[in-house]
Design a protein around this ligand. Sequence first.
Ligand code: ADP
Length: 187
Amino acid sequence: MNNRLIFLGPPGAGKGTQAQLLANYLDIPHISTGEILRQAIADNTDLGIKAQKYVDGGELVPDDLILDLIKERLGQSDAQKGWILDGFPRNVAQASFLDNLLDEINQSCDYVVNLDVSDEVIVNRLLLRGRKDDSEETIRRRLQVYQEQTAPVIDYYRNYGKLNSVNGDRLPEEVTISLQEIFNSND
Ligand code: ADP
């Protein structure tokens, strides 16, 4: 079974949409750290209270809040048949934590997909989306954080020879087809 995938890409690349479609298609959980954090904030949990100022400011939430959450989530029963990670790992420390965790629980990641999208497209898409953390200032900060902290994760996986890049500047249906092609060609 090759059902463990990591989705990388800048904010607004369409990771969430594509990850959800592929997760439905493969019948595996779509694990979005952004979604988990937004839910925690809405529910006013301890995690949500601690995370809110970072999410609202476009900063990464500190690793110690995210790492336990991922460990717990990948240990749940529905994640034993596979998973799609969306929004994690978001820096090199998280990527290296994930490597160790997967070793420990005897799993490995089968595919890393990078959805490539140009900066202009991203800003337009995010402004149209209008989520609470999508103000122009926060978007700009999220892009900066992406360049500084998340883009190096692409090289991290490229060095492993696991990286598949997909052009995300296309209609969602076209992107879906490319993703399914990657998946089917390596099956
Ligand atoms: P987007 O990809 O559009 O920026 P996400 O839903 O992936 O949106 O993330 C929203 C916010 O949640 C991020 O700006 C960040 O504050 C926080 N976040 C999500 N995942 C992580 C992570 N792995 N590490 C740290 N912070 C995270």
